[in-house]
Design a protein around this ligand. Sequence first.
Ligand code: MG
Ligand code: MG
Length: 264
Amino acid sequence: MIRYKTDDEIQLIRESALILGKAHGEVAKRIKPGVTTKELDQVAEEFIRDHGGTPSFKNYHGFPASLCISVNETVVHGFPGTYELKETDIVSVDCGVKFKGFHSDSAYTYPLEKVNRDVLDLLDRTYESLHIGIAQAKAGNRMGDVSFAIQNHVEQFGYGVVRELVGHGVGKDLHEDPEVPNYGKRGKGVKLEAGMVFAIEPMINLGTKSVVQEKDGWTIRTSDRKPSAHFEHTVAILKDKTEVLTTHEYIELNYSYKWRNKSR
Ligand code: MG
Ligand code: MG
């Protein structure tokens, strides 16, 4: 069942998303070789709590941290821990904030400074696919228009679109209806209408689309152990426009390596 949001509820998600965007910015300042993923998690949790929010992921079905940190072949749901980032890594940082009863959710994949060109291309094109999907997320379209646009953009490069994990409605619960697949057919799926708020989150693999779950019950990695990229925004369908509620602005401001479009 899709829960349509009132303007007041969307305003609360907007406020939640601003805390989230700034928390991402604090993490961005610290993405460097040698930093442990646990340190990044602590920075995000402290920032969120200091600004009146709570980390959506912490204790969600038993998830132990405030961030999902997924390095290289890990697609999503990686645990922060003692792992130290290396200059050849890519690292996906996924975060959610609950504020005054409403969640927001967004993710960004960082390349460190010695990532191969083919992997930088994967990141650039996955980032592009998120925005190409968002452009189709408007009142009157169908979810399949969003899904198709993402799939169509990335498959031309031979990338694998993960099937097992999808975007989702966002609101009082972190994961609500409808599902937002990153693959699909134009003109199919639920009709997009004012009041819908959902997360669009392409998870795109350099190699095969096939993924496996690690024995910890959470971590998802690619079957062929090639890298995977993940970018996410929470968007609201309004009567006359679509608003991207979350922001990567503070990430782009604070991350020292200006990597986008560097690869091509
Ligand atoms: Mg997320
Ligand atoms: Mg999500």
